[in-house]
Design a binder for this molecule. Sequence first.
Ligand code: BEZ
Ligand code: FE
Length: 292
Amino acid sequence: MTYVTEENLTDLAVERWGNIPDPRLRQIMMSAVKHLHGFVREVEPTQQEWFAAIDWLTRIGHMSTGKRQEFILASDVLGISMLVDSINNRAPGKATPSTVEGPFHIVDSPEISNGGNMAEGAPGIPCFVTGKITDLDGKPIAGAMLDMWQTDGEGLYEAQIEGAEGYMRGIYHSNPDGTYSVRTVAPIGYTIPMDGPIGELMGKTKISHMRPAHIHFHIAAPGYKSVTTHLFQKGSDFIDTDVVFGVKEALITDFVKKPAGKAPNGDMVDTPFYEVKYDFVLAKAAAAQKAA
Ligand code: BEZ
Ligand code: FE
């Protein structure tokens, strides 16, 4: 029998956690124990620091509900959510890259026909998003679903407005030639929730707690690998410091300011508006699997 010393403890713990019949769970647990021991050996926390860490995790758990997920927020700000997302959504060739879904997606958004307004009654600068959905060879994909959600021009999602319903979100479908056309208002940057243990920790750092202005998309078509992503406004505040590490270069898009007049969907607009053009590229489901 080998009894415990500071030196042999990691080897003993890794060996013990190798005692798992399922090979994947065994790999995960042995690696987790090895890296957690490595962290503790490097940092050498005091007992007080270790209890503070446990108290912090406990409060994250207490704060998490069906509507508020403080653990996911922890994973987001540490860059883990984006790493898991990137590993699981390696985009072949020119396929549109993914980024985090975030907590504000609501299922079953209203169906809106092309050119229709998903920001009816919302404050903000009118914004017209148009483009095409194609495959990797540039062939148009007809009938692709674009499930979209975003903040209004004051930085609020539907979930943050008491009583709002079908607000700043909508489901569009591409035309037979692959084109789509959306009327909305320009989103603005916003803060992640700062009233919990994650906000408390962020407050002890000089890290920005803001996200840059973006529009969320989930795009899906039969036979293609779906993509959950955002379009980011080029030049928007916080674009270089996104608190959740969500900004991939290919997703930064010009929001071109146009004078009042006829908009891309044919509407007459009596204030200046933004025009955004972006073509999304989907990989075939099988090709996407091979690249993964
Ligand atoms: C979002 O984009 O909606 C979001 C993503 C991660 C954390 C908070 C918000
Ligand atoms: Fe968002």
